[in-house]
Design a protein around this ligand. Structure first.
Ligand SMILES: Nc1ncnc2c1ncn2[C@@H]1O[C@H](COP(=O)(O)OP(=O)(O)OP(=O)(O)O)[C@@H](O)[C@H]1O
Length: 887
């Protein structure tokens, strides 16, 4: 196979050392942060619906609250009720239950006998009650009355007790003590009686309106009116006059809805609704970070040299920007709606409260994103979080309930609850919101029993310890400023946990740190790691050159320029019910060297372990054992340095649908710390090389698979990395674009180490300096394509068309003893001639040209047509991978 020579129209910058565009020393943290913020700005500005939804949420909420407020104001508008309903209380309601007595009469003084008889008679006539059934004399002593009531429980609705003087009730009656009904005032001829009301069987009346007295009051009034009428007649009137006193009940003329007048929706439920805008930002940030993780976009950035610090910082800045916009949108909309909370509270205090709370929630989003792997789980988690958050928020809307938690005399469990709740930012937010709204917004004043207008919120109030009277006890509550500080503390604590989890959970950064990483002085840069020497790498892996079981796999490489792999392995454990069941040995004790200026093609069947090897070398997967160095840097400890000199085209495209190819190249170029003008020039050039210059400003989301692949190949060369790793770079490309990609790869390999995995034997043949074949994670062979063909191939092969294949086979075996029959089917015969017997090829040529005499001439007579070819790499591959028996 003829190798494609680099075309003069393609230019590529030299590797880092000789690169004229070597970046000036810059602060990578700020540079990376800036470019990531720029990237996030582009992504969000192109996800316009989601961004507008985020910014518009506060406006919707304010409009919703305003309509609720309008409705409440309309419903609770106060009017003076000048003519309240009056209820006539003349008819004594009859009691419930069979055999019950509506009015029972008792007296404790014989002098009263005459009066009581008159009363019974009068009421029975006036109320149309049957004597002995509805009205009855029950007793003439108090003790008899109690005996009667004890024996006839719930049988009498009202007892009218006429009595004079004071008398003892014996202890045996259970109630004991002195009963006094002597209240005759000297000078007045008063008749005193007591009404004993049994509310259990009191007959209910369907009263009209809210102004009606309670049924018990109603019954008392009616009985009193009836008894008084009778007494009046007894003393003054005529027994048969049937005159009665009528009673009517009526409220004072007063404002209606007095308790709801001045109601403020923001004070009442504001904390519930204003919780939503920061939560929308929380959800958007959480989902976007998890999406970058799931689609390996973060890994892509890391592989190209971005560290975690700028990554999180850029997200924090993005979150801050959203918070600022969303909070101001909320404030402006609330001011426009005339909500007292916002009108009378200084702007910096409102801004500070909402910003601090929103940032704490963004940190919570960071924390959750370190635990969640997929966007689907991120959606589920965030919805669950919002739902639970809203329920809690509903409970926390009542600031009095929060204040109650600060009382001194609470049981221990309640104090623990308060401490736990104060770790939850929305709790502190609700408290601070309640503190402010109970001053600046209209609020319910329990002393006055009505809603009072809010006042300007003074700055001094912000730092003042709040003291409230709760059921007669003074409760001291932390100041609003303290609550804001606690929210800041919550945010910092959450960020710290997120930072820790990000380091120790493997799916976050590829290679996880040990759980004690923060104790290492190397982590903080207090100690510098010593560069490994070659011999150390070898002995780390339990190998050295003398003991090397497969010396051909390790060539003489410059340790600081190429790649050395020693005894590298990766085992994956598969879990079922949290227990490891099977173990996959994806890479098995692999050792080899790749020198600089060499392109190594790695061949292997599906699942052979090629991608795993590449993932280990790029730091996405941690090796289970063994070691490797890239340009002298240890993959276990110096991945940060390796990534600065690494360009990767991963197996799955790591691209943002919302960015254009040009923006991708600028993004990665800036991550490689190239100056902006160089990045722009390089981007244009690379887009030409992969034939994407005509779509350089189109969004990648609209690209075909092959176009994305070409862009990925172009990205791998950004920043002139010393090492380029290409994992199946031409998959999905059409033949023309594949050849263009090959040209690009050939130029890339000038002066660098390139590792390429592929399933295309032609690609390996065309591009590689050396080829290695991996089978089930083990390195089976390594060498130039030609040497592998020589070692593993069948030599030259001759394909012959004949009409007498059996006869020809016999003759060939006699005349060419080195030839081996590979295939005999139909009229075609394929024989191979080993490389060490190449003189037999010459003999075959001469025979076919008629230059040989003797019995050998029979060969020419039996052959109709023939052709000669070399062993292909595919055959080598089939043989090495065990798919084809050696002939
Ligand atoms: N995260 C993982 N967990 C469990 N097993 C894995 C994991 N990643 C890879 N493997 C297993 O390791 C083996 C090697 O996989 P790898 O992706 O490296 O193969 P490959 O040679 O790249 O295959 P292909 O050519 O199909 O891409 C496979 O059996 C695969 O199932």
């Amino acid at each position: 196979m003829e190798k494609i020579s680099p075309s003069s129209s393609f230019t590529i910058a030299q590797p880092m050392k000789k690169n004229p565009f070597v970046p000036k020393k810059q602060n990578s943290f700020w540079l990376h942060s800036k470019v990531l913020i720029w990237k996030q700005f582009l992504v969000f500005s192109r996800n316009i619906k989601s961004t507008l939804f985020q910014i518009g949420t506060p406006v919707f909420i304010c409009l919703f609250l305003l309509s609720l407020q309008q409705f409440a104001t309309y419903a609770f508008t106060s009017t003076i009720d000048r003519n309240p309903d009056n209820i006539s209380v003349s008819k004594v309601p009859t009691c419930y239950g069979s055999g019950c007595i509506t009015i029972g009469i008792a007296y404790t003084n014989d002098k009263r006998t005459e009066l009581t008889e008159f009363v019974v008679d009068h009421i029975s006539k006036a109320q149309n009650f049957k004597i002995g059934k509805d009205i009855k004399v029950l007793a003439n002593t108090y003790t008899d009355l109690i005996d009667y009531l004890k024996e006839n429980t719930n049988k009498t609705q009202t007892v009218v007790l006429f009595c004079t003087g004071e008398f003892e009730i014996p202890e045996s009656y259970g109630i004991g003590g002195t009963f006094d009904c002597l209240r005759e005032t000297p000078g007045y001829n008063l008749t005193i009686y007591s009404l004993l009301i049994n509310s259990t069987i009191t007959g209910l009346t369907l009263f009209t309106g809210f102004n009606a007295p309670s049924p018990v009051d109603y019954a008392s009034l009616a009985v009193k009116a009836a008894v008084d009428s009778a007494i009046y007649e007894f003393y003054n009137g005529d027994e048969d006059s049937n005159k009665v006193f009528g009673v009517e009940v009526e409220h004072f003329p007063s404002p209606t809805n007095r308790f709801l007048q001045g109601y403020d929706i923001v004070t009442d439920v504001g904390v519930f609704y204003f919780f939503i805008p920061p939560m929308v930002t929380f959800v958007v940030i959480l989902i976007e970070i998890v999406r970058e993780k799931e689609y390996r976009l973060r890994h892509g950035l890391s592989m190209m040299g971005m560290s975690s610090g700028p990554y999180w910082f850029s997200w924090f800045v993005t979150g801050f920007a959203f918070t600022f916009i969303v909070t101001n949108s909320l404030i402006i909309a609330s001011l426009a709606c005339g909500f007292g909370f916002f009108l009378y509270t200084p702007y910096p205090i409102v801004l500070c409260l909402f910003t601090v709370f929103s940032l704490a929630m963004i940190n919570l989003a960071f924390l959750l994103s370190t635990l969640i792997k997929s966007t689907k789980s991120a959606y589920t988690t965030s919805y669950a979080f919002i739902l639970i958050g809203l329920v809690l928020q509903f409970l926390l809307s009542n600031v009095t309930l929060i204040y109650l938690l600060y009382a001194d005399n609470l049981p221990m469990w309640a104090k623990i609850c308060r401490v736990l709740l104060s770790l939850y930012p929305p709790f502190n937010f609700s408290k601070a919101f309640g503190d402010i709204s109970s001053v600046s917004a209209s609020h319910y004043d329990s002393d006055e029993g009505r809603w009072v207008r809010g006042n300007d919120y003074p700055w001094s109030e912000f730092t003042r310890t709040i003291s409230v009277d709760m059921l007669g006890t003074q409760v001291n509550v932390p100041s609003t400023a303290d609550s804001v500080l606690i929210i800041i503390g919550n945010g910092l604590m959450i960020a710290l946990i997120a930072w820790y989890l990000d380091h120790v959970i493997s799916h976050n950064r590829g290679t996880p740190d040990p759980f004690y990483f923060f104790l290492s002085p190397y982590y903080w840069g207090l100690k510098k790691k010593r560069r490994l020497q070659e011999q150390e790498v070898l002995s780390d892996a339990g190998l050295d050159n003398e003991k090397d079981p497969c010396p051909s796999m390790m060539s003489e490489v410059d340790f600081t320029e190429g790649i050395s792999i020693r005894g590298l392995g990766k085992r994956f454990e598969q879990y079922k019910c949290c227990r490891p069941t099977t173990e996959i040995h994806a890479v098995n004790d692999l050792s080899m060297d790749i020198s600089s200026r060499e392109l190594l093609a790695i061949l292997g069947h599906n699942g052979a372990g090629k991608s795993t090897l590449i993932n280990i070398l790029t730091g996405l997967t941690k090796a289970s054992y063994g070691s490797a160095t890239i340009c002298g840097y240890d993959i276990h400890t110096e991945m940060d340095k390796i990534r600065k000199i690494l360009g990767v085209c991963p197996q799955h495209d790591i691209l943002w649908d919302e960015l254009s190819p040009k923006e991708h190249l600028i993004l990665f170029g800036r991550i490689k710390e190239l100056p902006y003008d160089v990045v722009i020039k390089d981007a244009e050039e690379k887009l030409k090389q992969v034939r994407l210059e005509h779509v350089k400003d189109r969004l990648v989301g609209t690209f075909s698979g092959g176009m994305k692949r070409r862009l990925s190949v172009a990205i791998s060369g950004v920043g002139n990395p010393k090492i380029i790793i290409l994992d199946e770079p031409t998959t999905g490309m059409d033949p023309i674009n594949r050849r263009n990609a090959w040209k690009l790869i050939q130029q890339m390999k000038e002066g660098r180490v390139v590792i390429l995995t592929t399933h295309s034997m032609e690609e390996a043949d065309v591009l590689s300096d050396r080829v290695c074949v991996i089978v089930d994670g083990e390195l089976k062979c390594l060498g130039t394509a030609l040497s592998l063909k020589n070692n593993y191939g069948d030599g030259y092969r001759i394909t012959i068309i004949t009409e007498e294949p059996e006869e020809l086979t016999k003759v060939l075996q006699e005349e060419f003893p080195a030839a081996k029959v590979i295939d005999l089917s139909g009229g075609s015969l394929v024989i191979s001639i080993p490389l060490d017997r190449v003189e037999q090829i010459e003999l075959f040529f001469r025979t076919m040209e008629g230059l040989e005499e003797g019995s050998i001439k029979r060969v020419k007579d039996l052959i109709k047509d023939w052709g000669l070819s070399n062993t292909t790499l595919e055959e080598v591959f089939m043989r090495v991978t065990g798919k084809k028996e050696k002939v």
